[in-house]
Design a protein around this ligand. Structure first.
Ligand code: NOJ
Length: 571
């Protein structure tokens, strides 16, 4: 039995070498590690405090050394930043503050030369209110073709001064906004994000053109924003918010997860498959689990996010149930499962795991979002167990990275970064904060620019102060600091991804008996095993060569809140 220290890697396993060029592989996404970049907060090359595309190119070697298979770029398109770039004024251009199309081409070339594929975000439910279509819709007035590209309705009450319904937007406040001539438009998200009318052929054709535009530039895949919301049936009379909530979401709901949305994705699929290799897609669809396969079908988007782990505690029973359900769902369509512990919309997982588990209702659903109360208190209440959170996050990450399917990582999680709670009100950007009058802090805390160095302006992110302030403690989590520390989370991720490449195998797993409710153990077909101790009592690993552990371990014993990877020849 070997007794490795944290991040131990056997001599024979080296850091991944970048292939000279990408092999043609239609299935590359099935078990890929996809690293999500929030471009405005990754790296800034031109010293304006905002991350940009050239900054990503400058860090391309960092991504290659990390060992990711693909990068997913959150929106880098022209945007007034009413919703972190998800309010897009031109779907086929680059925000001038982030670069040019030539910079985008250079980015694709730099990443693909290092064996890293590129996925871009497509945001089809809405545009920015600065999009030429919306500007035209306002000018053209009632009853015009231009206005019909969006979802305009007359108001209710005296002189139509009340919104058409009492629906609430996702960021709080009314979901309708009145324009100068008195009509109202629907915005499921921010006021500056009017919903498109997907029953129109010109809207559909324009997005087909957008997909081709990026695919022609060499993009390998697409992440589809709120894929379940595009089609709507707004025939009168419109239901009230309470009535809407009471309508079953079974494919015929007026606004959510309608069956007819898949006509759109069938068309998109034809575009994807017209390329060699076919372009991939992954749906962001917040739908009932039973309906995820509709999006993950090969004739639709081909893969769908499963967000159950974002709402799970660090708990063996919950993790096992989620894995079993997700693999079963993926098998229904022949897709592969996705695993997500953090992204740009949720409290980072080291922080979630460093706080008391959130309360749940009788059905087991979280009563409030994990970390919401802590954020609202400015990070003081309840007290965050920083080290414990990182320890559990490392264990959860190694568990997830051992699973069959694709793992989606969010920038900064490889540093074990915590959520930033201490952002002053006058520096906040998320519309959630403003639409709830500060009651909800929103998502800025996971979008704070990355710390690259221990010191210097913006900790190496930029030559100027960053667009969201970095706390002093970020320095200890910087790439520079972690690079120098054999036991750091960064070094652990690098080794884990190198080993994951080496042990990549068929998309199956077998659960092994551990004799403990708080310890999970599974084996992949080639003898690669993952053991996660969710409890605090040490666990005897038994026979096998330990490849990697998420924390210090010795003498064949896995401490509490830790994961080990090992190999044992199949018996
Ligand atoms: C989902 C994205 O992940 C989120 O960041 C955004 O605010 C909404 N969609 C609206 O585009």
């Amino acid at each position: 039995m070997s007794s490795p220290g944290p991040g131990h890697v056997p001599e024979s396993v080296t850091e991944p070498a970048a292939p000279a060029s990408l092999p043609v592989d239609a299935d590359w996404w099935r078990q890929a590690v996809v690293y999500q970049i929030y471009p405005r907060s990754f790296a800034d090359s031109d010293g304006d405090g905002l991350g940009d595309l050239a900054g990503i190119v400058q860090r391309a070697d960092y991504l290659a050394e990390l060992g990711v298979d693909a990068v997913w770029l959150s929106p880098f398109y022209p945007s007034a930043l009413a919703d972190g770039g998800y309010d897009i004024a031109d779907h086929r251009y680059v925000d001038p503050r982030l670069g040019t199309l030539a910079d985008f081409d250079a980015l694709v070339a730099a990443l693909q030369a290092r064996g890293i594929r590129v996925v871009v975000d497509i945001v089809p439910n809405h545009t920015s209110d600065q999009h030429p279509w919306f500007v035209e819709a306002l000018q053209a007035g009632r009853g015009s073709e231009a206005r019909d590209r969006y979802l305009f309705r007359e108001g209710t009450g005296p002189e139509g001064g009340e919104p058409p319904t009492d629906w609430v937007s996702s960021f709080g406040g009314p979901a309708w906004e009145r324009v100068a001539d008195g009509q109202w438009y629907l915005h499921t998200f921010a006021v500056q994000q009017p919903d498109l009318n997907w029953s129109r052929a010109d809207v559909r054709d324009d997005f087909l053109a957008t997909l081709r535009f990026w695919a022609d530039r060499g993009v390998d895949g697409f992440r589809v924003d709120v894929a379940h919301l595009l089609t709507k049936d707004l025939s009168e009379p419109l239901p009230s918010a309470a009535e809407l909530r009471g309508i079953p979401v079974d494919g015929k709901h007026p606004t959510v997860d309608r069956d007819d949305v898949h006509e759109i994705y069938a068309q998109w699929r034809q575009v994807f498959n017209s390329y060699d290799p076919p372009r991939s897609a992954v749906a962001e669809a917040w739908v009932d689990r039973s309906r995820i396969p509709l999006y993950a079908r090969p004739e639709s988007l081909g893969q769908a996010f499963n967000f159950d782990l974002l709402r799970a505690d660090f708990d063996a029973a919950q993790f096992r149930r989620i894995v079993t359900d997700c693999l079963e769902l993926a098998a229904q369509t022949g897709s592969s499962s996705t695993w997500v512990l953090s992204n740009h919309d949720v409290v980072r997982h080291p922080t979630r795991y460093g706080l008391p588990a959130p309360d749940r209702d009788a059905e087991g659903r979280q009563v409030a979002r994990a970390g919401a109360a802590w954020l609202a208190s400015g990070g003081t209440e309840p007290v965050l167990d920083r080290d414990g959170g990182v320890r559990r996050a490392r264990a959860a990450t190694l568990f997830v990275l051992g699973l069959p399917g694709s793992a989606y990582l969010y920038q900064g999680e490889e540093l074990g970064l915590h959520e930033v709670a201490e952002i002053p009100a006058d520096r906040r950007q998320d519309p959630t904060f403003f639409r709830t009058a500060g009651a909800q802090a929103g998502r800025d805390g996971c979008r704070v620019p990355l710390p690259w160095t221990r010191g210097g302006t913006a900790l190496g992110f930029s030559a100027a102060p960053p667009h969201l302030p970095q706390p002093a403690w970020f320095a200890d989590f910087s790439v520079e600091a972690e690079q120098a520390d054999e036991a750091s989370t960064l070094r652990l991720y690098r080794r884990a991804l190198a080993l994951r490449h080496r042990y990549r195998t068929a998309e199956e797993l077998e659960w092994l008996e551990t004799g403990r409710d708080d310890v999970l153990r599974f084996r992949r077909p080639n003898g690669w095993e993952v053991i996660t101790n969710f409890g605090t009592e040490p666990f005897e690993i038994g026979a096998g060569e330990v490849l990697l552990t998420s924390t210090e371990s010795a003498d064949g014993v896995l401490p509490g809140e830790a994961t080990a990877w090992l190999v044992r020849p199949a018996s």
